[in-house]
Design a protein around this ligand. Sequence first.
Ligand SMILES: Nc1nc2c(ncn2[C@@H]2O[C@H](COP(=O)(O)OP(=O)(O)OP(=O)(O)O)[C@@H](O)[C@H]2O)c(=O)[nH]1
Ligand SMILES: [Mg+2]
Length: 224
Amino acid sequence: MAGVRLIDVKEEILADNTKQAAAIREDLRRKKTMLVNLMSSPGSGKTSLILRTLDALKGSIKTGVIEADIESTVDAEKVAARGIPAIQLRTGGFCHLDATMVTQGLNALTEHDLDLIIIENVGNLVCPAEFDTGAHKNVMILSVPEGDDKPLKYPLMFSICDLLFINKVDYLALSDFDMSALRQRVLSLNPRIVILEVSCKTGEGIEAWISWLKGEIDAFRQNK
Ligand SMILES: Nc1nc2c(ncn2[C@@H]2O[C@H](COP(=O)(O)OP(=O)(O)OP(=O)(O)O)[C@@H](O)[C@H]2O)c(=O)[nH]1
Ligand SMILES: [Mg+2]
């Protein structure tokens, strides 16, 4: 390897991203807009959860949504149909959002003076966990049909989140999903994570989520 210069590009990319994410967090703190980053694998219920959240916050918390997908505008259309400011970021193949992409979404929402912005990250349990988006809170969904072994396979995502939804609990009776094993696996990675069992189909657990979210927004506004 004599004479060969090694440049660790991944570390450089992540370091630049971390700096920009910190700037986003600070800027939004000044504007009193809380940013929540929602992550999960494809189809676990991110958009369903966002729609439930928007319905519950209507009239009390001014909310906007940044949708991110490799292709299509279908998720942003569902949000916009509720009269909520929505931006669709098309990543064109990238499997996660980074702070630069989030900045583009935020710039497109500035006119709305929002209390809360929710990011629906690209459906993926791996890459989004590595890139700080500038969010004040990171939350994730694991749905029952995906299985209780996912914390063993994708530990980073479970380690960095403040809250975990176990969605699609209406499927529990049809499945071998072991809730207590799942909880143990998650809590051994991240003892402080809040775990909520929900169903976006029946509405079970949504009230507990809204109460957690409103508490976090209050604390954020008081700069706690
Ligand atoms: N039975 C059941 N179905 C659900 C639940 N939540 C979501 N779904 C269904 O699961 C499918 C995927 O839900 P989405 O909300 O689109 O999932 P997503 O994570 O946004 O998907 P991507 O954006 O493609 O990654 C839809 O058919 C939903 O109706 C639930 O709690 N129970
Ligand atoms: Mg979606």
